[in-house]
Design a protein around this ligand. Structure first.
Ligand SMILES: C[S@@+](CC[C@H](N)C(=O)[O-])C[C@H]1O[C@@H](n2cnc3c(N)ncnc32)[C@H](O)[C@@H]1O
Length: 336
């Protein structure tokens, strides 16, 4: 008889852990940067191999408790910093022999279930959505940006088809009452032309707001640029994404620097252009059926990675120009 695996999502499962470990090979030792420490799932596994060091980063101060426990056990091999990964460059890692930089984007189980954070449409009360180290909350966004700006956020960050109508109804409603999480869900429900059968009607708008509040587009772009600077020759950058916008950015960054487009500032003119990265697999790695069964939220995860081929710290990239239309939308926040 085949035993049924009952999904248990009460715990945090590090997504694609086995695959990440087989790519970064910590069994040979080295310094690794875990840019999204979360519950420390990846970090703990890396530290279980001798001769490894981990510098872990997380913008959410809640991660500190987990980090302190790990610090007690691995005092000499572990450092935790409560910063955003866009600030990775401030850690002065230029002369450290960084063998791997890993990102596991998205939110940890504890963040999603934390009612104070209000990341989920199942949360009750005031809109928030701050992951940690933020300048404004979703409440300020919903109450202050104009209709056109809200519509663009929902369209470009959430791929929401009914973005105009939802934005219009928000602006109309907010004139008479405060928009709480429940109220926003109600507005979205009543604005949708077609009711979604598979996912909750509010999924896309909530995704868009989380991206906007946490500036996830520029975070990812600067995180990738910084990772590419600090990782040494033959080192790895590995990124797990959870939605198509993130995957698009990661794919472009890796591909554009692997196709004779990159060049170091220090290269003399006339010298043949070189590639910064080597891509081993064009297709992303996705979780096995078994992993999805055990941890259903892993179903949308995609893992891409590159090997740095050259030892340049500075390099040129057009990623900021390529995604300028999205960064402009993020910059609506300067009005808040
Ligand atoms: C999916 S969880 C990571 C889980 C982790 N791999 C583990 O095994 O426990 C993502 C974490 O990244 C953090 N995070 C997201 N964006 C960040 C950023 N820009 N800078 C620093 N931390 C970030 C979140 O606060 C969250 O704790």
């Amino acid at each position: 008889m085949i035993a049924t695996i009952v999904p248990d999502v009460r715990n945090h499962y590090p997504v694609l852990l086995r695959e990440i470990i087989s790519i970064i090979t910590p069994q040979y030792g080295g310094t690794f940067i875990d840019c999204t420490f979360g519950q420390g799932g990846y970090t703990k596994k890396i530290l279980s191999f001798e001769k490894t060091k981990v510098i872990a980063i997380d913008r959410d101060l809640e991660s500190l408790k987990k980090a302190e426990k790990i610090k007690n056990k691995f005092e000499d091999r572990f450092i935790f910093k409560n910063i955003k990964f866009s600030e990775l460059i401030n850690l002065k890692l230029k002369d450290k022999n960084v063998k791997g930089v890993i990102f596991d984007l998205g939110y940890s189980y504890t963040q999603i279930k934390d009612p104070k954070k209000g990341l989920s449409f199942e949360a009750i009360g005031e809109l928030n959505m701050k992951m940690g180290i933020n300048d404004f909350s979703a409440k300020e966004v919903i109450n202050n940006l104009d209709e056109k700006e809200l519509a663009q956020i929902f369209k470009y960050f959430g791929d929401e088809k009914d973005s105009n109508r939802i934005a219009h109804n928000i602006v109309e409603d907010r004139a008479t009452r405060e928009i709480t999480t429940e109220e926003l869900v109600r507005i979205i429900d009543s604005s949708k032309k077609k009711k979604n059968q598979k996912t909750h009607n509010a999924t896309k708008v909530f995704q868009a707001l989380r991206i906007f509040v946490n500036k996830e587009i520029s975070e990812l772009i600067y995180g990738l640029i910084n990772a590419a600077k600090v990782v040494k020759k033959d080192g790895i950058i590995a990124v797990v994404t959870f939605h198509s916008l993130e995957d698009k950015i990661v794919k472009y960054f890796f591909k554009s620097l692997s196709e004779n487009k990159s060049i170091s500032r220090y290269m003399p003119k006339g010298v043949e252009k070189i590639n910064l990265f080597k891509i081993l697999s064009k297709k992303p790695i996705v979780p096995t059926k078994k992993e999805i069964q055990k941890n259903p939220p892993s179903r949308s995860a995609k893992l891409r990675y590159v090997i740095k081929k050259e030892d340049f710290y500075d390099f040129e990239t057009d990623i900021l120009e390529k995604f300028d239309h999205l960064i402009r939308i993020e910059n609506f926040s300067t009005r808040l």
